[in-house]
Design a protein around this ligand. Structure first.
Ligand code: ADP
Ligand code: MG
Ligand code: MG
Length: 208
């Protein structure tokens, strides 16, 4: 599915996407948060982007770990430690690997989910990034079981991530800043579920 070189391309594509969607992600954070999700991820992934040339020739584990550490050290908001630990833990799971197949990819995503659940003390249906992460993981796991090709697996994941993000409009947030607005958050899409859907979409584009 992806060797180290392709993983660097994926990270670069995600960095550019976060920059491109900075205003939109920040707007989503306005009614239910503090209007900084896009700014946070824009800053974090700009720092990640600057490290990419230094990561050429490194294994996938080192690349993912470096992305995570960079996000933790540059993003002040909740999303920094959450995405940061997701990438760092995924990096540990891929230590020394030069190549990742679709099974490794599912391991990466599962590890990332567990990291967010642990760090955020959250589960699905609390209107967070997990509402995009978990259903898309389940859709991809199912597609792999059905023997689908990697490209189709990713497509199923992206579709499920976006419906999961959409579904956060129907949820009252119980974690993070959005929990402060309670029912007033209804009808608003969670910024983190949205940024995650963009990330998975970039992974799908680069590998597809
Ligand atoms: P902050 O809320 O500190 O300003 P961001 O705006 O960058 O940080 O990120 C907010 C996003 O982080 C939310 O949209 C949500 O998806 C995610 N989030 C916040 N708290 C949690 C948590 N406890 N568990 C999982 N995800 C969370
Ligand atoms: Mg915010
Ligand atoms: Mg903030």
């Amino acid at each position: 599915m992806a060797d180290s070189k392709k993983v660097l391309k994926i990270i670069q594509a995600i960095s550019l996407k976060m920059e491109e969607q900075k205003d939109y992600l920040t707007e989503l954070d306005q009614p239910i948060g503090d209007s900084d999700h896009g700014i946070n991820l824009g800053r974090g992934f700009a720092a990640v982007n600057e490290k990419l040339s230094g990561l050429e020739g490194k294994d996938i584990g080192t690349i993912l770990k470096t992305v995570g550490m960079t996000l933790v050290s540059t993003v002040g908001g909740a999303s920094g430690p959450l995405y940061g630990s997701a990438f760092m833990k995924a990096g540990q799971a891929m230590a020394g690997k030069e190549d990742a197949d679709i099974t490794d990819f599912l391991t990466i995503i599962k590890t990332a989910i567990e990291a967010v659940e642990l760090r955020g003390k959250a589960v699905v249906e609390e209107a967070t990034m997990l509402d995009a992460m978990v259903p898309s993981y389940q859709a991809m796991e199912q597609a792999v079981k059905e023997g689908k090709a990697a490209e189709e697996v990713l497509n199923a994941g992206v579709k499920a991530a976006w419906s999961g993000a959409e579904h956060t409009k129907d949820l009252i947030a119980t974690k993070g800043r959005a929990s402060y607005v309670g029912e007033r958050g209804l009808g608003h899409q969670d910024p983190g579920a949205t940024s995650y859907s963009f990330m998975l979409e970039e992974i799908s584009k680069v590998t597809g």
